[in-house]
Design a protein around this ligand. Structure first.
Ligand SMILES: [Ca+2]
Ligand SMILES: [Ca+2]
Length: 118
């Protein structure tokens, strides 16, 4: 994942200001995360109605994507599989529906209506 600084940092009144840009931070790069029932229907390999955070989330399901960059997939999307374990509140290795919904809400709360968190 690429990040870059775009301007000269300055200090005003002992505060350092740095302008930066996150490659997947704009609303046009935001992707939607499927609803839990769609995930369970497509990817719940062991049919326990839970989504295993290590084995049942395809890398391509992402919070943000930049296919226009022409970079390898690992450099052009922010996969949910990298972050999902943080929402495994009972630490059983799986996300149940409640945990999945909370993850979607948390991912998109900062971006307001930019993301699809229905
Ligand atoms: Ca499962
Ligand atoms: Ca869990």
């Amino acid at each position: 994942m690429v990040t870059s600084g775009n301007a000269t940092p300055i200090i005003i009144n002992d505060i350092l200001y740095v302008n930066g840009w996150y490659n997947l931070g704009g609303p046009t790069q935001f992707d939607s995360i499927p609803d839990f029932n769609i995930m369970a229907a497509k990817y719940d390999a062991n049919h326990d109605n839970l989504i295993n955070t290590l084995t049942e989330i395809p890398y391509e399901i992402a919070a943000g994507k930049r296919p226009d960059l022409g970079l390898p997939i690992g450099d052009s999307l922010s996969s949910i599989s990298r972050f999902a374990r943080a929402w495994d509140s009972n630490k059983d290795g799986d996300l149940d529906e409640k945990e999945w919904i909370q993850m979607k809400k948390d991912f998109f709360s900062y971006y307001g209506s930019w993301g699809n968190c229905t």
